[in-house]
Design a binder for this molecule. Structure first.
Ligand SMILES: *[C@@H]1O[C@H](CO)[C@@H](O)[C@H](O)[C@H]1NC(C)=O
Ligand SMILES: *[C@@H]1O[C@H](CO)[C@@H](O)[C@H](O)[C@H]1NC(C)=O
Ligand SMILES: *[C@@H]1O[C@H](CO)[C@@H](O)[C@H](O)[C@H]1NC(C)=O
Ligand SMILES: *[C@@H]1O[C@H](CO)[C@@H](O)[C@H](O)[C@H]1NC(C)=O
Ligand SMILES: *[C@@H]1O[C@H](CO)[C@@H](O)[C@H](O)[C@H]1NC(C)=O
Ligand SMILES: *[C@@H]1O[C@H](CO)[C@@H](O)[C@H](O)[C@H]1NC(C)=O
Ligand SMILES: *[C@@H]1O[C@H](CO)[C@@H](O)[C@H](O)[C@H]1NC(C)=O
Ligand SMILES: *[C@@H]1O[C@H](CO)[C@@H](O)[C@H](O)[C@H]1NC(C)=O
Ligand SMILES: [Cu+2]
Length: 569
């Protein structure tokens, strides 16, 4: 009897093992087709109606949902006057650099009446990412979630949530955002700030004239929800918190992390964070506010408002008006202490790929500076100068044609130079009293990396114009954040404290205000990869650069030729 039972048990276990195996191995990747029509749409927020650029008339835009391993095909047709490109933020784009999207880096823009189909495969990633326009400031309204589920039959490294909910933060301007940035570039000063922050497109109840339109999440008691948080704001890092509910961070930038509990999450523009929210076992007859508010370090003016959504337990007594509410307490806008503590909690769940050896070290200063204006201009800076951004004192000047095409067809002459400095040409106390001469050099310079270079890059904030946190985003690769600190980086002392064991892996990291961050990655994806501050105003000012990763020797280490419908300049 006992042995028979054991046999059955063994059989059941074998069966489970086999089916689990076949579930994963039988998973056949599919192609998911989307149509993105770029159209104007009227939208009313804060009691004013304006035309915004959208995908398919939706704001926020449609979700891309796929499983790891799937191929994606998005046919983008442009019906508006503005040139457009779409970037699939955080997607590795392994050997599909032509589909990456930053304007004049990997492609010329899709002009009015034109179509371009972005084709790529999602390899080795699962989690939350997002897509957004990558030209001028059009991503103000052109963005939406990318949800990459694990392969069929592969579980999450945490209990399956009852429900999954994308929560995408943005910024709302009453003015036309293209006019805002064009005006600022003309005048040489700081652009106007936003009028509101938004949760899933809605400013919420803290603003006058919200018309009771707030994002509302209805939950059941005793369940776990997976919130897919995305910061799509143009220029602001954001704190996020829900009253009386603890959040468990489980993933950032589509990489699993060691779980940890927190009342507040911080996301820079360009970062995504998956959190688990476990609701109270008993139904609650309250409204719990969910709030996002800015974290700001630089000297410039910023939008000091906060956006509020509502978490409510369903099947309560349904008295939706005048329900008592609770508000979360958020850090002060200048709480760098919180920001530092939070970023230090982030650790990869698995880590086996961080380069232990380094082939090439880079040290970049990142920050602001000044450039002379034309004599007929009246600019606000000293000696008729205007604000710009720079990496190693180079202000990136956007080329007239795409870098990737120029690189692929060996036509770099007159488009870009390959002499991007490995180190600052002039050394100074980066976080001390800034040099008197705050001018930068203009250029379209790239740094060239042989295939499979294992590199370490230290990014150092400067105090020129003022210390400021810069969320640096790398295209085409994830990187490991091996160290960070305040003051000037010390190449002798600081590496001793690097975390080469379980550093967080991501695509966007903050260079702390008045500090530095060290990252490592292996340049194993051939193409041209933009790296830039994800504060859109700093991208406009040229706080950007590009890497060229050369082809490897093997056929599967080479970038294929461009698709035939790639837009031309
Ligand atoms: C920006 O702000 C200035 C000063 O308030 C205002 O004159 C200007 O019209 C604003 N620009 C836009 C595009 O709204
Ligand atoms: C929510 O939190 C506040 C402040 O911590 C506390 O006073 C209140 O009792 C809590 N409410 C519920 C329903 O848990
Ligand atoms: C943050 O700002 C508050 C007031 O806005 C100020 O009292 C406080 O000193 C500031 N903290 C830091 C660390 O700068
Ligand atoms: C402005 O120009 C003067 C004369 O060339 C120079 O001495 C001064 O340092 C400049 N100021 C700045 C802030 O660059
Ligand atoms: C540098 O380039 C910017 C445009 O990217 C331009 O506005 C500025 O005048 C240039 N500065 C110089 C010194 O050429
Ligand atoms: C560009 O130059 C490289 C090296 O000289 C060569 O292998 C490649 O075929 C050239 N590509 C094109 C498109 O001409
Ligand atoms: C940056 O470049 C400008 C223009 O060449 C130069 O005047 C300035 O001294 C440089 N600054 C630094 C910190 O390298
Ligand atoms: C759109 O892009 C094309 C190609 O780069 C360029 O010639 C044209 O000036 C752009 N149009 C606008 C409105 O920026
Ligand atoms: Cu920046």
């Amino acid at each position: 009897m006992a042995s028979c039972f054991l046999k059955v048990l063994l059989f059941v276990m074998l069966y489970l093992l086999l089916t689990a195996e076949s579930n994963t191995s039988m998973h056949t990747a599919t192609t998911r087709d989307y149509n993105f029509d770029i159209r104007l749409q009227t939208a009313t927020r804060l009691c004013e109606t304006k035309n915004i650029v959208t995908v398919n008339g939706q704001f926020p835009g449609p979700q891309i949902v796929a499983n790891e391993g799937d191929s994606i095909s998005v046919k983008v047709t442009n019906y508006v006057q503005h040139n457009i490109t779409i970037h699939w933020h955080g997607i590795r784009q392994v050997r599909t650099g032509w589909a990456d999207g930053p304007a004049y880096i990997t492609q010329c823009p899709i002009q009015k009446g034109q179509t371009y189909t972005y084709k790529f495969t999602i390899l080795g990633q699962r989690g939350t990412l997002f897509w957004h326009a990558h030209i001028s400031w059009l991503r103000a309204t052109v963005y939406g979630p990318i949800i990459v589920l694990p392969k069929h039959g592969v579980p999450y490294p945490f209990a399956k949530p009852h429900k999954e909910v994308p929560i995408i933060f943005g910024e709302w301007w009453k003015a036309d955002t293209e006019t805002v940035i064009n005006q600022a570039m003309q005048a040489g000063g700081v652009p106007n700030i936003s009028d509101a922050y938004t949760i899933n497109g809605l400013p919420g109840i803290s603003y006058e004239c919200s018309g009771n339109h707030a994002y509302k999440l209805e939950v059941k008691p005793g369940r776990t929800y997976l919130l897919r948080l995305i910061n799509a704001a143009l220029n602001d890092e954001l704190f996020f918190s829900i009253a009386n509910h603890t959040l468990t961070v489980v993933e950032v930038d589509a990489v699993y992390t060691k779980p940890f509990d927190t009342d507040v999450v911080l996301l820079t523009p360009g970062q995504t964070t998956n959190v688990l929210l476990t609701t109270s076992p008993k139904s609650q007859n309250f409204m719990f506010l969910m709030v996002a508010s800015p974290y700001k370090t630089g000297p410039a003016r910023f939008d000091k408002s906060k956006t509020i959504g509502i978490l409510e337990y369903s099947n309560t007594n349904k008295i939706t008006t005048n329900k008592p509410f609770f508000e979360p307490s958020l850090p002060n806008y200048n709480d760098t202490n919180f920001a530092t503590k939070f970023s230090k909690k982030l650790r990869s769940l698995e880590n086996n790929k961080v380069p232990k050896q380094v082939d090439k070290h880079y040290f970049f200063t990142v920050g602001l500076g000044l450039t002379p204006c034309n004599q007929n201009q009246k600019c606000p800076g000293p000696n008729n100068t205007k604000l710009v951004g720079a990496v190693n004192n180079v202000t990136f000047v956007e080329p007239k044609t795409a870098l990737l095409q120029s690189h692929f067809f060996n036509k770099s002459k007159g488009v870009y130079n390959t002499d991007f400095p490995t180190n600052p040409l002039v050394q100074f106390d980066y976080t001390g009293i800034p040099p008197k001469n705050m001018l930068t050099k203009n250029g379209t310079k790239v740094a060239v990396l042989p295939f499979n270079t294992r590199l370490e890059l230290v990014m150092q904030d400067t105090s020129i114009i003022g210390p400021e946190s810069h969320p640096m985003h790398l295209h085409g690769h994830n990187f490991f954040v091996v160290g960070q600190g305040f003051g000037d980086y010390d190449a002798k002392k600081d590496p001793k404290n690097f975390n080469l064991f379980d550093p967080v892996q991501r695509n966007t990291v903050s260079v702390p205000a008045g500090g530095w961050v060290a990252i490592r990655f292996t340049a194993n994806n051939p193409g041209v990869w933009f790296m830039h501050c994800h504060l859109e105003v700093h991208t406009s000012w040229g706080l950007t650069m590009a890497w060229i990763v050369m082809d490897g020797k093997k056929p599967n280490e080479k970038l294929p030729p461009p698709p035939s419908d790639l837009p031309k300049c």
